[in-house]
Design a protein around this ligand. Structure first.
Ligand code: GLP
Length: 233
């Protein structure tokens, strides 16, 4: 695990954006795993600004989002599909058919999870995946207790995660479930970048740094991977 520490969130975002853009320059067909949440917003803003100056930045890029809420439509203001449109997809030349987000409205969620796994495999698996960090150590929506060999699955969200995400749901009706890539799905990415900033993440970062692998702390699964960068602010 490679650790990089930054004085503030702007510097972390700058570095994350340059890692993402370098990956596209190295391989214009790169398959990206993408996160939501507050942490990556600055990274996306820089990527969008940079791509406005580059010809065909995202033209051949393929993306898979880590997760999506169950039971809310794609165009709901709190959906991760809406988040991605707002922060990235609407501003770059990515082909809509190359963007993938689990369908939280699928009538059969099990079928949807299997379809998502197949789509990632068909794309040649993830090349570079960015992750945020939940204050309880979750990655994507893999809450404490999730087995490290999990694939894309439906999860019941913990109370703390629902509280943390409440601001995105003005009516306070935060979904109770989500579809998330599994830990094994994420670990198959060729490279992983974990972004963690701010006071609320200090404890989780310290726990990750301590190095103990435990299913009660999902991010610790990243110690099993040989190409992980952790960007901390
Ligand atoms: C949600 C997302 C996670 C994200 C986490 C942290 O739970 N599903 O993928 O990492 O929030 O969010 P933030 O960056 O806002 O702290």
């Amino acid at each position: 695990m490679n650790w990089e520490t930054f004085p503030d969130h702007d510097a972390l975002s700058e570095r994350a954006a340059s890692i993402l853009l370098d990956a596209i320059r190295d391989d214009p067909h790169v398959v990206l795993g993408l996160p939501t949440g507050n942490t990556p917003v600055g990274m996306y803003a820089r990527v969008v600004a940079e791509c406005a100056r580059e010809y065909r930045c995202f033209r051949d890029v393929v993306t898979f989002n880590l997760d999506e809420y169950v039971g809310i439509a794609r165009d709901h203001p709190g959906s991760y599909a809406t988040f991605m449109q707002k922060h990235l997809f609407a501003h770059v030349d990515i082909a809509p058919e190359n963007t993938h987000i689990p369908n939280g409205m699928a009538p059969d969620r099990g079928v949807e999870c299997a379809r998502y796994e197949r789509a990632i495999a068909a794309a040649g698996r993830l090349g570079l995946t960015f992750l945020g960090l939940g204050s309880n150590g979750h990655i994507a929506f893999n809450e404490p207790g999730t087995p490290f060999d999990s694939r894309t699955h439906v999860v019941a969200l913990s109370e703390s995660t629902r509280r943390a995400n409440a601001p995105f749901f003005l009516d306070q009706r935060v979904p109770t479930h989500a579809i998330t890539m599994g830990i094994a799905t994420i670990l198959e990415s060729r490279a992983i970048v974990l972004l963690a900033g701010g006071e609320k993440k200090r404890e989780a970062i310290a726990r990750l740094q301590a190095g103990e692998e435990s299913v009660n702390f999902p991010a610790s699964a990243l110690w099993r991977h040989d190409n992980v960068r952790v960007l901390v602010a």
